[in-house]
Every structure is written in C-alpha cells, then in structure tokens.
Design a protein around this ligand. Structure first.
Ligand SMILES: NC(=O)c1ccc[n+]([C@@H]2O[C@H](COP(=O)([O-])OP(=O)(O)OC[C@H]3O[C@@H](n4cnc5c(N)ncnc54)[C@H](OP(=O)(O)O)[C@@H]3O)[C@@H](O)[C@H]2O)c1
Length: 255
C-alpha cells in the first residue's frame, strides 16, 4: 500500500523531498511521521538518532534518511548537508527549519557564549540551510516551500525567554524578506507560530506554570503537535501555493 502511494505521487508530480531539522524527537519527529504517512521522502537532521526515529526508519526504509549533524556549526552546512547528504541530484521541494534550543534565563544573567550557541542553532543555521536549499531549488527548477518554526514567545513575551524569543523574531523577519526576494522564482517562505507543546523543550516546567500558560489561551489547553504538523504539510504542498511571507499561528488562540 505504501509503495502504491509513493509511485502514484511520483507519477502525478505530487511527491515531495523534504529536508527537516530536529528530526529525532518532539515536533520534528511528528512532522516527519506525517510526511512519510503521506508518501513523501524525508531527509532528517539532528545530533542523535533516537529510538523513536529508528522505529520510523524501519517502517520507511526507502523514504526516511538521517544525518547526524550539529547545527551549532553553521559553517559546515554546505559540505555536511548539501554535499555529503542531499546533493543537487536530489531536488528538495521543502525545507523545514524546526530544530531550536531555548536559552532560558533573565537578561541580567546573559552570557555571550550561550547566546552565540543558541543563535547558531536557532537563526544562523536556518539562514544557511535556506541559502543552500534555494540554490538546490533553482538548480532543479523546483517551486519550493520553506517553513520555519517560530514561537508564540516572539509575540506575547514571557519572563526568561527574551533571548530565545529574539532569535525567533529575527527568523520571522528573515522569512518575510526571503518571500519577497525569491517569490518571482516560485519559492515561498512562511512561518508557523506554535504555542506551548508538551515536548522535551519544556520538561522543566511545573504543572502550575503550565496551567498559567494554558489560562492565556482561548482554548485553555496546550497546542496539539499534530495540528502543527498538519499545518506544515499544508504549507509545503500545492494547496497553499498562493501563501507566502505569512505567519500562521497554531497556538490554541493565545491571548
Ligand atoms: N515545545 C514548545 O512548547 C514549543 C513552543 C513554540 C515553539 N516551539 C518550537 O518548535 C520547534 C521544535 O521544538 P520541540 O519542542 O520539538 O523541541 P525538542 O523536543 O527539544 O526537539 C528539538 C529538536 O532539535 C534538535 N536539535 C537541538 N539542538 C540541535 C543541534 N545543535 N543540532 C542539531 N539538532 C538539534 C534535537 O535533536 P538532538 O538533541 O538529537 O540534536 C531535537 O530533534 C523549535 O523550533 C521550538 O522553538 C516549541
């Protein structure tokens, strides 16, 4: 059944090669699973190959490829990602800049090394991935879609998240400008703004803290990762072909 879906998609030009960061767990794993279930091919990057990812690789041996790479080295992206992993012979239709780390502290404790490391992962690597994926798309004459995962903290503000939120704010401005720069070539760039989700990133939060966050949403609950993944799938494909330069909030209606 899987093979039929894959072949039919290829035949009707609906099949997508997807490059995604942060594939090992959380939102990145959920997004990857959804693309695979829909017959697409996923090229995933993270530092570690988690047990959940290994299970997915066994399920989709021909459609899921993994590269261990540390995004705190943006200067190595050209060689490690775009030469050793996805060369120009693989047309990339979709880039999903999902991986991020949270530098969670109040600004009076700010350290330059921690700040630089976070910006390498959250901003500079997404920028370099965008640079090389656009070159791949142009080379392969692909009208591609670039999707960046931001955070509601860039809009609402939370105590202790000013450094993290600023990396996301910069990513949002980058996406908007990329959409203007490359729209004529059919390349789109959009942002998804998720609210709080139950992932490793938030493992330290107490239930009381989470309840305070939920109270600030219209739906009074966490953001569903599946809803984020479905929105990414929509923004990746032809159904969203007139949407670019946008920020789509998937956040349980944060107030
Ligand atoms: N969770 C939330 O409440 C929430 C809310 C709003 C927005 N977001 C955003 O959603 C996205 C996904 O977050 P998440 O909650 O799924 O986080 P997560 O569970 O902590 O997963 C982060 C992913 O990024 C990868 N990663 C981290 N540092 C890396 C590095 N230096 N090099 C390569 N890969 C790295 C991790 O893999 P390895 O550790 O194996 O490298 C992992 O796969 C992020 O952009 C985040 O800012 C999350």
């Amino acid at each position: 059944m899987k093979a039929i879906t894959y072949d039919l998609k290829k035949k009707y030009n609906l099949h997508m090669n997807v490059l995604i960061t942060g594939v090992s767990r959380g939102v990145g794993l959920e997004i990857s699973r959804l693309f695979l279930e829909n017959g697409h091919t996923v090229y995933g990057i993270s530092r570690t190959e988690s047990e959940e990812l290994k299970i997915l690789e066994k399920q989709y041996p021909n459609n899921l490829f993994f590269k261990a790479f540390d995004l705190s080295n943006p200067e190595d992206i050209k060689q490690s990602v775009f030469k050793d992993f996805v060369s120009n012979h693989i047309p990339i239709h979709v880039l999903i800049n999902n991986a991020a780390v949270a530098y969670d502290d109040i600004v009076t404790n700010l350290h330059i090394d921690d700040l630089r490391k976070m910006f390498d992962v959250n901003l500079y690597s997404p920028m370099f991935l965008t640079k090389y994926v656009i070159r791949n798309m142009i080379y392969n004459r692909v009208s591609g879609s670039i999707i960046h995962i931001s955070s509601i903290s860039a809009h609402t503000g939370y105590k202790g998240l000013s450094m993290y939120a600023s990396s996301k704010g910069a990513l949002q401005s980058f996406s908007k400008n990329i959409s203007r720069e490359w729209g004529e070539r059919g390349i789109r760039s959009n942002i998804i703004v998720p609210g709080y989700m139950e992932t490793a990133m938030n493992a330290k939060l107490t239930q009381e803290h989470k309840n305070r966050i939920f109270k600030r949403t219209a739906l009074k609950k966490e953001t569903d990762m599946k809803s984020v993944a479905e929105t990414v799938l929509f923004l990746a494909g032809e159904k969203s072909n007139s949407i670019t330069g946008q920020e789509i909030f998937v956040d349980s209606g944060t107030l």
